[in-house]
Design a protein around this ligand. Structure first.
Ligand code: FE2
Length: 188
């Protein structure tokens, strides 16, 4: 049942914002790989996959002028876009998704150094799925094409993650670097 709901929500996102939906699918693959290296149970890996697949589902609640723009956001617009984690949390919590999944969606923009949003949590205060998704999310963003730049080569994206000065959970970052090898991502 939960999987049916997951797919239904994913297809809504795909219809509304194809680029974000494809990004979510990539993030889910990377997050599941991190969970695998970390030694999560099959059930937990399934949960982190679902949380990642739906981590940006709250963007369906944003107006097109914010969703489709390629220009830089104003401060006010940035605050509105940040609300996608709140919309996503409310949506999934009301549908009965587990706390781990809901937390993963709500806290995926937190940073390990406390400089993220939505609450500015630090270190292990950030729920595990939020910390995992943050790494997978950034890696996919860096290696994907954006309207304002070409995709970065994998080795450069990995370099940026390694040099991120406390933005990510260091143990999970190690797991991700191992998973890059397991995923046979072409490191060039
Ligand atoms: Fe997001």
């Amino acid at each position: 049942m939960l999987w049916n709901l997951t797919l239904a929500l994913f297809y809504v996102l795909l219809a509304r914002d194809r680029v974000t939906a494809i990004h979510c699918k990539n993030v889910a693959k990377y997050a599941a790989a991190i969970g695998n290296v970390l030694g999560l149970s099959p059930e937990e890996i399934k949960e982190v996959y679902i949380a990642s697949l739906l981590h940006d589902v709250g963007k369906i609640g944003l107006p097109d002028r914010l969703l489709k723009t390629t220009r830089k956001y104003t401060r006010w617009e940035k605050q509105m876009v940040q609300q996608h984690v709140v919309i996503g949390r409310n949506l999934l919590a009301s549908l009965g998704f587990s706390k781990a999944i809901v937390d993963g969606v709500y806290y995926h923009h937190e940073r390990y150094d406390g400089m993220g949003y939505i609450k500015g949590l630090i270190g292990d205060q950030i729920p595990l799925f939020g910390r995992i998704i943050a790494i997978a999310d950034t890696f996919d963003a860096l290696t994907s094409k954006r309207p304002y730049r070409d995709p970065l080569p994998v080795h450069q994206a990995i370099g940026i993650l390694k040099d991120s000065n406390g933005q990510f959970d260091p143990e999970l970052l190690k797991c991700f670097l191992q998973s890059v090898e397991l995923l046979r991502i072409d490191v060039r």
